[in-house]
Design a protein around this ligand. Structure first.
Ligand SMILES: [Zn+2]
Ligand SMILES: [Zn+2]
Length: 389
């Protein structure tokens, strides 16, 4: 039994058209094979999401599904139609652009497609991942990314015909580029216009298809580019590079704009720092006698080692703040702080002499040495590590 379509897209049952579209678009990006090569289930999940979107984005199918569920759709003659697609990449192309104008396959609306029906179709978006270090996130970095995207075939200059051979009017659609399709639904027959499957909306077919692209006028090519990752970027943020995705529809004149490239930036964990917004948090071991006496110690920062004053009587969990040693705020000059949490280390495995010294010290301690102005709440908060800045 397939999962509930609303659940798959993560929307409520009264979600509007825009919300459904947005939810699917988001999911599709997350499940893109370029970003998810490590996840063997991504393909299955993507197909599931595509099926849910195909049903919920169509008012009639949605109404049937709401009333009769999956069973109702099947007896109504609808079946998810992904068998014709070789791979997730093909499904992506069907949904998000690639080839011809408007919807590229029966049953699939090009939700990313731009323009009016018959107008130039925008190419699909491409997602790619990039990994950087925390240091690079702090300074900004130039990162190489490589990805596959549909591009115009240079051999035929995008018209799909072997150079020097004629292009003829499509016989199947008589040059209209569109066909009428009739679908059976529980509410009777529905006629709708679909893109011609022979000429893919061009209305014209090459007599001798281009040998490089097999007549499609486009082919997938590997691209490499260097992208500028801005200083202050966080793990999981995306950078959009307009029109660096799949090429726009080739059949239209002029061709539609290319889709966008989305770079998902992953910031590797740094064993020295934990990031909290624009602040960095580090831990500093301070031997108990030094915490009592006070000392100047060295602590790592993003810019190398820095001196930090540990005042006499510093308690475990106290926070020493190094202003401006945190991460830069994205697109703003200001920097966050480095918060150094003091970890007072109590000496272990004492030798004879050390034990004697500590016993002597302990004998001299008075009420005054141990008194604290801190409330119980303050002490607990510090011990539990909830450092209100
Ligand atoms: Zn070609
Ligand atoms: Zn045709």
């Amino acid at each position: 039994m397939p999962r509930d379509y609303y659940e798959v897209l993560g929307v409520s049952r009264d979600a509007g058209e825009t919300e459904i579209k947005k939810a699917f678009r988001k999911l599709a990006r997350e499940l893109h094979p370029d970003v998810n090569s490590h996840d063997p289930d991504a393909e299955t999940k993507f197909k599931e999401a595509a099926e849910a979107y195909e049903v919920l984005s169509d008012a009639d199918r949605r109404a049937t599904y709401d009333r009769y569920g999956h069973e109702g759709l099947r007896t109504g003659g609808y079946s998810p139609n992904f068998e014709g697609f070789g791979s997730v990449a093909d499904i992506f192309e069907a949904f998000f652009g690639g080839g011809g104008t408007g919807p590229t396959r029966p049953g699939f609306g090009n939700i990313f497609g731009g323009g009016a029906p018959g107008g130039p179709a925008q190419g699909g978006d491409v997602s790619v991942g990039a990994q950087i270090t925390l240091q690079e996130a702090a300074t900004g970095a130039a990162v190489e990314v490589a990805y596959e995207a549909v591009a115009r075939c240079e051999h035929c200059r995008g018209n799909g015909a072997e150079p020097g051979t004629p292009i003829e009017t499509c016989e199947r659609c008589a040059g209209h580029g569109q066909l009428q399709a009739v679908t059976r639904t529980p509410f009777g027959q529905m006629a709708r216009t679909i893109v011609c499957d022979v000429c893919h909306g061009d209305g014209r077919v090459p007599k001798q298809p281009c040998r490089e692209c097999r007549g499609r006028g486009r082919k997938t090519a590997r691209r490499e580019m260097e992208i500028d990752v801005p200083a202050g970027i966080s793990d999981g943020q995306r950078i959009r590079l307009a029109e660096h995705g799949h090429a726009g529809g080739s059949g239209s004149h002029p061709p539609g704009p290319a889709g966008d490239l989305y770079v998902l930036v992953r910031v590797r964990e740094d064993e020295r720092f934990v990031r909290e917004g624009d602040d960095l948090i580090a831990s500093l071991d301070v031997a108990a006698p030094l915490a009592a006496l006070g000392a100047t110690l060295q602590t790592p920062t993003l810019n190398g080692m820095a001196s930090v004053e540990v005042p006499p009587g510093t308690q475990p969990g106290e926070v020493l703040t190094l202003r401006g040693e945190g991460m830069p705020a994205l697109h703003r000059g200001r920097r966050g702080n480095l918060r150094v949490v003091v970890n007072v280390v109590i000496p272990r495995r004492l030798n004879e002499q050390q034990r004697e010294l500590l016993e002597q010290l302990n004998g001299t301690l008075t009420e005054e040495n141990l008194r604290s102005e801190e409330s119980l709440f303050g002490k607990l908060r510090r011990a539990l590590g909830t450092h209100a800045a």
